[in-house]
Design a protein around this ligand. Structure first.
Ligand SMILES: Cc1cc2nc3c(=O)[nH]c(=O)nc-3n(C[C@H](O)[C@H](O)[C@H](O)COP(=O)(O)O)c2cc1C
Length: 269
């Protein structure tokens, strides 16, 4: 496509535009991912919900909803066993992003199955290790992004420049990108694609409740907290009465995500 000649992420993914919809537990399923694919971007199906059978079914559903290529995410620390990895290797999926943990043990089996593998990294050191291990590309995740985060915050701006200097593989910029200006800035810093999460949560085709979408589109630039910095997982979340309480206490109670579906689909903020 004119304008993106020589773009290595497009060559790897087969998408028309270098715009990737981020994997997100329960949200990044066939309705949203297939809409992104039909529009020429790359939809990614999540497996972080841990619902292995449901995620397998979503991958199958994609083929009924679009002829375009799509990807799957494997969040390494959240996988209970190797069921999802084994399924992906025989599923015909040709693009996988790994995240949350070291991809070392996953790169070999995925590449042997003919699958292109990108890993999400929050630091230069992690990027260099992935390249040594044979990764095909990197999702460079700056601290502006929503969801689980490295507690050592490095912005997308700083991280992209540093990783671009250190490695030659294609880079996908993620964290804080929400429009064409952000995409252009990422390309100026050496990225060949962008991955957006929060922006796609608020899209019309996203399955989440209107309360959640409204909270995103009305949030000011100061509208998020980074929670649980001294423990794990550290996350960036929208400011609400509940997240203010967690922020002020400093630590996140272990049952924090127990009712996440009431937020996503019931709109209980
Ligand atoms: C609600 C939500 C859930 C997420 N879940 C995952 C996940 O399961 N796996 C993953 O690799 N990244 C996950 N992420 C991070 C995204 O992949 C992406 O890198 C991030 O959203 C980019 O920043 P942005 O939200 O500013 O666009 C999640 C992000 C959000 C907002």
């Amino acid at each position: 496509m004119a304008g993106f000649d020589g773009n290595r992420v497009l060559a790897h993914t087969g998408a028309r535009y270098p715009i990737i919809q981020a994997p997100m537990g329960w949200i990044a399923r066939a309705p949203l991912a297939s809409a992104v694919c039909r529009a020429g971007g790359l939809g990614i199906i999540e497996t972080s919900s841990g619902e292995t059978d449901a995620c397998k079914a979503e991958i199958e559903k994609m083929r009924d909803l679009t002829d375009a290529p799509f990807g799957v995410n494997l969040p390494i620390l959240f996988l209970k066993d190797d069921a999802m990895l084994r399924f992906i290797c025989t599923s015909g999926v040709s693009f996988v992003t790994t995240s949350a943990g070291s991809p070392k043990a996953f790169i070999g089996p995925l590449k042997d199955a003919g699958i292109t593998v990108y890993h999400a990294v929050p630091t230069v050191e992690a990027a260099m290790k992935c390249v040594e291990a044979g990764i095909d590309g990197l999702v460079v995740e700056g601290s502006e992004g929503g969801g689980f985060k490295n507690p050592e915050e490095v912005s997308t701006l700083v991280l992209l420049q540093a990783i671009r200097r250190a490695v030659d593989v294609p880079l996908v910029a993620a964290g804080g990108i929400c429009d064409g200006y952000g995409m252009a800035a990422a390309f100026a810093l050496g990225a060949e694609a962008v991955q957006m999460g929060t922006r796609f949560v608020s899209a019309a085709e996203s399955p989440v409740h209107a309360n959640y979408k409204t909270a995103i589109v009305t949030a000011p630039t100061t509208g998020t907290y980074v929670l649980n910095k001294k423990a794990s997982p550290c996350i960036r979340a929208l400011k609400t009465a509940r997240t203010r309480d967690i922020f002020e206490r400093g630590l996140m109670p272990p049952d924090t995500f127990a009712r996440i579906k009431d937020l996503y689909f019931g709109g209980d903020m």
